[in-house]
Design a protein around this ligand. Structure first.
Ligand code: FE2
Length: 236
């Protein structure tokens, strides 16, 4: 039994897409795939002969458009997975906290981690956790749109921190080129919540983030609420 793991990067929005598969059965999942890089991802999945089963989103993104729907059209066995708190109809599976999905001998376990958006999920596979925009390397997601809540995000990150210190942390973004961290490392060094920052101080820090809105937010959020079908219509 062995796990194929391919981190992939989309440079315009600094998004990580993760492809995972059971090497023996070829059953695969992809997490947070992006429209700009959909052909690259399709080519890789086909080249490796993978059987894509789940197209997984950590949340409804505001900064890029997903390729969920185009991927599903290409890989007919695949189902689109979102957290159950997302009010969208394009998902095949609305997954709840603690539920899991199998690919080959591997399991992907869902964990609700709201705060950056109300529908944010993290997913655990083997010794890895995919934290979306809840926990970033040395940072965390913003909470100023899409029903964000710094208070909820604090509780969600504490929940993520109950994982073993050795668990590897793979976020949805990194803007300075880091690729992986660990729970133990983030508990110690995370600049928003590390070193036992309390909830009030965390909320103060999150609410003091001074960020402009993502350039694509007014296009990306509606497109992602229909799993990226809008962009396909626009291109025809
Ligand atoms: Fe996000």
């Amino acid at each position: 039994m062995s796990l194929l793991f391919r981190p992939l990067f989309e440079k315009e929005s600094s998004t990580y897409t993760y492809l995972l598969a059971d090497v023996d059965t070829k059953e695969a999942i992809i997490i947070d795939a992006v429209d700009n890089t959909q052909q690259r991802d399709i080519d890789l999945i086909e080249e490796l002969g993978l059987d894509l089963r789940y197209i997984v989103e950590t949340h409804i993104h505001a900064d890029h458009i997903t390729s969920s729907c185009p991927l599903k059209q290409r890989f007919r066995n695949a189902q689109i997975v979102f957290g159950a708190a997302n009010l969208i109809t394009c998902a095949d599976i609305l997954i709840k906290d603690g539920e899991n999905l199998n690919f080959g001998s591997y399991q992907m376990i869902a964990m609700t981690t709201p705060g950056h958006t109300n529908g944010c999920m993290s997913y655990i596979v083997d010794d890895k956790v995919f934290t979306g925009d809840a926990l970033l390397i040395r940072s965390c997601g913003r909470c100023d749109f899409q029903d964000g809540s710094a208070e909820k995000l604090f509780d969600s990150i504490q929940k993520i921190f109950t994982l073993a210190n050795e668990t590897l942390v793979y976020p949805a973004h990194d803007y300075v080129g880091r690729t992986v961290s660990s729970i133990g490392e983030e508990k110690q060094f995370n600049e928003m919540i590390g070193d036992s920052v309390d909830k009030d101080e965390f909320m103060r820090r999150v609410n003091a983030m001074d960020l402009s809105l993502p350039a694509k937010i007014h296009v990306a959020v509606p497109a992602n609420q229909v799993c990226g079908t809008k962009i396909m219509a626009d291109r025809t």
